[in-house]
Design a protein around this ligand. Structure first.
Ligand code: VG1
Ligand code: CO
Length: 544
């Protein structure tokens, strides 16, 4: 094949965020923008010639064009095999699995996850390493360095590859393998969960369910697994066809954006089980009739009940949560005598702990949970975990949650997001917050005495790498916390996230509305950061 060397000049905005590089589609469409980033990925890798690379995306606008460009650059750089999902489609957890089962060198995921898609919306690209997980910070830092000095890239002069026909194609020494996006992932799920029990529970009508794929990648996965393999009636999966613009919605599984599902679950004749996933299939929302399970509680309940699931029947080695995730899982770990780790936000920080066998389960407050079966968070895995739990315990979701709170107490939790805040205003807020930290410990605000106030840093227990500036924490003597963080996945201005939590041991107060229960902390957070005052806004953009 003919390989051309193309000269180029660097862009200065290719620093990966929490989960890869995310920008508007129009930014990615600039001359050589995607090409520069892809070549910078390969320039940061060594000894990959002749190995395989997995490629796939969530089907959003620009997915197919991007994949053709990546194929040509990967071919020119000497990969031996490209494993690509049919139609260019693969969910994030499926990519992680494919890297692992094929012993691939790595993978490229095209997605901006829960961000909207379309010509004027968002696109993203992320590199995953050979364990199947997101590249660690050391790699993304090197990649960014490379992107600032790049002067040329290699591109193969080949025709566009047919992405729709399953099978192998050969171009000289390069093998291109187009695979069914779902089969290997479905096989993995069947090994983890009790599919026979689930089939029975569904066919006897003990479990009725509704799954909202939000017109994103999990449509084909959920239809195959829930409807074809587990026998749920056709129509169980709603919004099941992946669309380039997700039907105009935000493919973000929370009650604000998964409106149709939320209405169903809080309506008359609600099914016993409701769930949704995001753009790239790594997030999950779990609901029961008239109840929504907060992601932090979901992780804690999974940890407490893991032994009921076949793959975890022998017990779990430990758990981890991202720093802003509530401390509910810590209580479970303490009771079970398990190690519990607190990591910065983003799945890449769980990889070493999983590889080293120090943890089996991990999760984040942002609707993500997962286990050592892959190295990404996994939406459908979480849904199947909960289905398996409901089937095994023969209890409703509501009863499972209430029983958990009875035993462990409730960590009342919510997150307020202020999106598209002017960058200077956001930086001003953080400077102001930092300036208050040293004087806060010991100060009393009504019943809340500040125990510590700091900026979170993390030292990885496996490789000792240190990550600084991972969010501002204010912790109180009674266990409550207020956390401020700037998002690393937004594409317009800055997104400020405020995380609030309070522990309630008294079961007569477990039924409280979270916003009401947290009202004092919400006001206190405003006192510290003055975001409403500084932006003139009266409400957060999204409350979850
Ligand atoms: C958000 C979430 C974080 C998650 C990340 C990627 O990041 O808060 O928990 O890991 O998205 O998820 P940030 O920096 O915007 O807070 V996904 O589903 O986009 O891969
Ligand atoms: Co996602």
């Amino acid at each position: 094949m003919q390989i051309n060397t193309q000269s180029t000049t660097p862009y200065d905005d290719q620093k990966p965020g929490t989960s890869g590089l995310r920008k508007k589609v129009t930014v990615f469409q600039q001359t050589n923008y995607l090409e520069n980033f892809v070549q910078s990925i390969f320039n940061s890798l060594q000894d990959f010639q002749g190995t395989s690379l997995v490629i796939g995306g969530d089907g959003r606008f620009f997915n197919r064009e991007a994949i053709q460009i990546i194929i040509k650059i990967a071919a020119a750089n000497g990969f031996g095999e490209l494993i690509i999902g049919q139609g260019g489609l693969l969910s994030t957890p499926a990519v992680s699995n494919l890297i692992r089962i094929n012993n691939a060198f790595g993978g490229i995921i095209l997605s901006a996850s829960h961000n909207p898609g379309g010509p004027d919306e968002d696109f993203g690209i992320k590199y995953n390493v050979s364990n199947g997980g997101p590249a660690p910070e050391k790699f993304t830092d090197a990649l960014y360095e490379n992107s600032t000095t790049i002067s040329e890239y290699q591109i193969a002069d080949i025709v566009d590859v047919d992405l729709d026909s399953i099978g192998q194609q050969k171009i000289d020494d390069l093998v291109i393998t187009i695979i069914d996006p779902v089969s290997d992932y479905a096989d993995l799920m069947a090994k983890i969960f009790d599919f026979d029990l689930l089939k029975n529970s569904i066919s006897y009508g003990y479990i009725t369910l509704c799954f909202d794929a939000m017109h994103a990648i999990t449509g084909p996965y959920a239809k195959r697994i829930l409807e074809d393999l587990l026998g749920a009636p056709k129509g169980t999966v709603i919004n099941g066809i992946p669309l380039e613009d997700f039907g105009g919605g935000h493919p973000d599984p929370n009650m604000a954006h998964a409106e149709e599902l939320t209405n169903t679950m809080f309506g008359e004749n609600a099914p016993t089980f409701g769930a949704a996933s995001d753009g790239d299939g790594d997030r999950n929302m779990i609901m029961g009739a008239n109840i929504f399970v907060t992601p932090s509680d979901s992780l804690a309940i999974m940890a407490a009940n893991a032994q009921l699931i076949p793959a975890y029947a022998k017990g779990i080695s430990g758990v981890a949560r991202s720093m802003p995730t509530s401390q509910a899982v810590d209580r479970v770990a303490k009771k079970l005598g398990l190690p519990c780790f607190e990591t910065p936000t983003g799945w890449k920080f769980f990889g070493n702990l999983l590889d080293d066998g120090q943890i089996t389960l991990c999760g984040e407050e942002s609707f993500g949970s997962g286990s050592d079966h892959v190295r990404e968070k996994d939406g459908l895995w979480a849904v199947l975990f909960w289905l398996n739990l409901v089937a095994k315990k023969r209890q409703s979701i509501e009863d499972i949650v209430n029983e958990h709170w009875e035993s462990f107490g409730r960590d009342i939790y919510c997150r307020h997001d202020y999106e598209a805040v002017d960058l200077d205003v956001a930086n001003g807020i953080f400077d102001h917050l930092r300036s208050q930290l040293s004087g806060l410990a010991g100060q009393k605000f009504s019943d809340y005495t500040v125990k510590y106030a700091d900026e979170f840093s993390y030292t990885d227990p496996v490789d000792n790498s240190v990550s600084h500036n991972q969010g501002i924490r204010i912790g109180f003597e009674n266990g409550s916390r207020i956390i401020f963080r700037l998002s690393g996945t937004g594409t317009v201005g800055a997104t400020l996230r405020i995380y609030l939590e309070k522990y309630e041991a008294d079961s007569s107060k477990h039924g409280q509305d979270a916003q009401e229960a947290l009202a004092f902390l919400i006001d206190l957070a405003e006192q510290f950061c003055k975001i409403k005052k500084r932006t003139g806004r009266t409400e957060p953009t999204v409350i979850t």
